[in-house]
Design a protein around this ligand. Structure first.
Ligand code: UDP
Ligand code: MG
Length: 309
């Protein structure tokens, strides 16, 4: 019999884990003559009782496995570790807060088995219950990154998806340290079917994403999947060289012909600040890529496992 593995990252989720488990077991019951279930929880360095909850679950249900990290490594690392451990023929990644409805699993499996897709992914069509400002910036992020990156990043795409073992193997081959899953899932290619659904509120606990964390994450995405910012700094540099050459000619001639006295302090100071600012901005862009390269070439492990079962 074929097996479906659910990879579930958990960070301080002691309230939601039992609810999630109950919901998934119910759904698995309806699919039991098609696939066997396996759940791989990844405890991403929680500081609450999550690990104890997972130990108890694994004790009483042999379909439950868990990995526990030595500290918080982030959701990306947790997904990677979970996919590595998962043994199923079909592998799903889902959040533990039930914002990724398990009821979609049978439908997703059907799309892969009957209609030959390699991956069934979900995207939410509404951003209900989300702060207005956050939605605005999220939209803007998707617009920008899709302009400057060759990898398509779908607006509203969640990490919730069911994949074939083949696709997961390809993802596991991408061992980069700076992991931006939305890009990685799309970069590996394969045939993806999109299911749309309405945004859901989490069942318990609170979101782990502050606005600032999301902002840094979006920059991560841009620097990991596009080198256009580098090109922008070259173009700016070139444009400013050209402008300064023209100015040189113009003011040189003007001084020679008209014998203009020294003037124009405000213009001078403004242009110094402008050009200085642009230089710093471009150095900053360069620095971003350099820092990513630096972290990549240290070749540190993506996560460290303290305990697993
Ligand atoms: N998560 C994690 N490590 C982190 C942050 C989050 O494993 O450092 C998990 C979290 O437990 C949840 C999922 O990632 O299962 C999504 O997190 P959350 O619900 O806070 O994000 P949101 O749904 O608000 O985007
Ligand atoms: Mg959530």
């Amino acid at each position: 019999m074929e097996k479906i593995s659910l990879v579930v990252p958990c960070y301080n989720e002691q309230e939601t884990i039992p609810l999630f488990y109950a919901a998934v077991v119910d759904v698995a019951e309806t699919m039991k003559d098609q696939v066997e279930l396996e759940i791989v929880f990844v405890n991403d360095g929680s500081s609450d009782q999550s690990l104890q909850v997972l130990r108890d679950l694994a004790q009483k249900d042999s379909r439950v496995h868990y990995i526990s990290f030595s500290r918080n490594f982030g959701k990306e690392a947790a997904m990677y570790a979970g996919m590595k451990k998962a043994a199923g023929d079909y592998i799903a990644v889902m959040d533990v807060d039930l914002q990724d409805p398990p009821e979609l699993l049978p439908k997703m499996l059907e799309e892969i088995k009957e209609n030959g897709y390699d991956c069934v992914a979900t995207r939410r069509v509404t951003r209900q219950g989300e702060p207005k400002l956050r939605s605005f910036f999220a939209r803007m992020f998707y617009r920008i990154i899709n302009k400057i990156s060759e990898t398509e990043i779908v607006d509203g795409a969640r990490d919730y998806r069911l994949m074939t073992r083949q696709m997961v193997s390809s993802i596991l081959e991408m061992t980069e340290y700076n992991r931006f899953s939305k890009g990685i899932f799309s970069w590996v290619g394969y045939e993806t079917k999109w299911l749309e659904y309405e945004n859901m509120e989490r069942v318990a606990g609170t979101t782990k994403w502050s606005f600032w964390k999301l902002f840094l994450y979006s920059l991560e995405g841009i620097f990991a999947f596009s080198t256009v910012p580098l090109a922008i700094s070259s173009v700016l540099g070139f444009a400013f060289c050209a402008i300064s050459l023209l100015m040189f000619l113009f003011y040189g001639m003007k001084a020679l012909i008209l014998g203009d006295p020294v003037a124009g302090f405000p213009t001078l100071i403004c242009s110094i600040f402008l050009v200085g600012g642009i230089q710093l901005f471009c150095t900053g862009i360069l620095g971003q890529y350099l820092s990513k390269t630096y972290l990549e070439c240290k070749n540190r492990p993506i996560y460290i496992i303290k305990e697993q079962r």
